[in-house]
Design a protein around this ligand. Structure first.
Ligand code: ZN
Ligand code: ZN
Length: 306
């Protein structure tokens, strides 16, 4: 597929790849992996998409389509899965190419100017709800309320869960309630964290900086799960006994497969879920990157490409 890009979100991973923070960058890098636009060209083997259709592309643009992971719908776990901005040109451009299976029609009800961040940030926090069978009766905690976390609040609330936001910035309290938080706890204050000990079924970590993991594990009920989607580079010291005694789990996941992405877009359209975004024109991309890197984005940045 070739897509004429209209909007593209700026994600923290774009900055990580620009700076080679993960050691897998291949220069020259063209960032941008939350692209929204219209199909302008299609190859002979494209299925189910038409020229002119409005679509989105996220963190992945291709996978092998024949391995066990691809054949069971977990294309995002394919050993040959290709990242949109690693060895491939991303969405900060007038044109972007992707395999048809990784190109997603956007429901009409979605606002296209804010839909981009759903394709990386959105699916990253939504997929764990599907993968681990989070139930509407569950109590869910979201740690870190930034680009990923604010979408997680909205999804978990619409999923039917009681939602606790853990934030380092208690000044955001009212805004967080508006996004779906029922309860707000300071992530930097262990006394506050211990007040909600033993109360959560699922705790989603969206930050990329180390926190007091031992204290956060205490917020889980027996059988609870702490799930990591933030790329914390430092090893996480966790005592085996903190997992064994109440049968707790720790896990992580990368974005989601095509079926999960389609389900997420449908769910977001049905519940009116969108990222809260700030817009920059593409020619101010360096200002946008500086804004995000300085931690000033509220809560996600979108570049207006066309
Ligand atoms: Zn991303
Ligand atoms: Zn595969």
């Amino acid at each position: 597929m070739e897509i004429a890009v209209e909007y593209c979100g700026l994600c923290h991973s774009d900055i990580s790849i620009l700076n080679n923070d993960w050691g897998l960058s291949r220069y020259p890098v063209i960032p941008g992996h939350e692209a929204v636009g219209r199909i302008v060209a299609a190859g002979d083997y494209v299925k189910g998409l038409q020229i002119g259709q409005r679509v989105g592309v996220g963190w992945r643009v291709d996978s092998c389509m024949h391995c066990h992971e691809c054949m069971t719908g977990n294309h995002n776990l394919c050993p040959e899965v290709a990242a949109t901005i690693v060895g491939h040109h991303g969405g900060f451009a007038d044109r972007l190419r992707a395999h048809w299976a990784w190109t997603f029609p956007l429901p009409d009800a979605l606002d296209i100017s804010s839909a981009g961040p759903l394709l990386c940030g959105g699916i990253t926090v939504f997929a764990p709800l599907l993968t681990y069978g989070v139930k509407p009766t569950d109590r869910v905690g979201i740690v870190g309320i930034g680009g990923l976390g604010h979408l997680a609040l909205k999804f978990a609330n619409a999923w039917g869960c009681e939602v606790t936001a853990f934030t380092s910035s208690m000044s955001k309290t009212e805004a967080l309630r508006g996004m779906g938080a029922h309860r707000i706890v300071s992530s930097r204050d262990n006394a506050e964290i211990f007040k909600v000990a033993g109360s959560l079924d699922f705790l989603l970590i969206t930050v990329n900086t180390p926190l007091d993991w031992t204290a956060l594990l205490k917020t889980l009920k027996p059988n609870g799960r702490m799930h990591v989607v933030g790329a914390v580079l430092e090893p996480m010291p966790i005592a085996a006994f903190d997992l064994i005694m109440r049968q707790k789990s720790v896990s992580g996941s990368p974005t989601g497969g095509p079926a999960a992405i389609s389900a997420m877009l449908d769910f977001a359209a049905r519940h009116g879920i969108a990222a809260q975004v700030e817009h920059f024109p593409l020619n101010r991309v360096n200002d946008a990157i500086e804004h995000l890197a300085a931690g000033k984005a509220r809560y996600r940045v979108v570049l207006d490409v066309a």
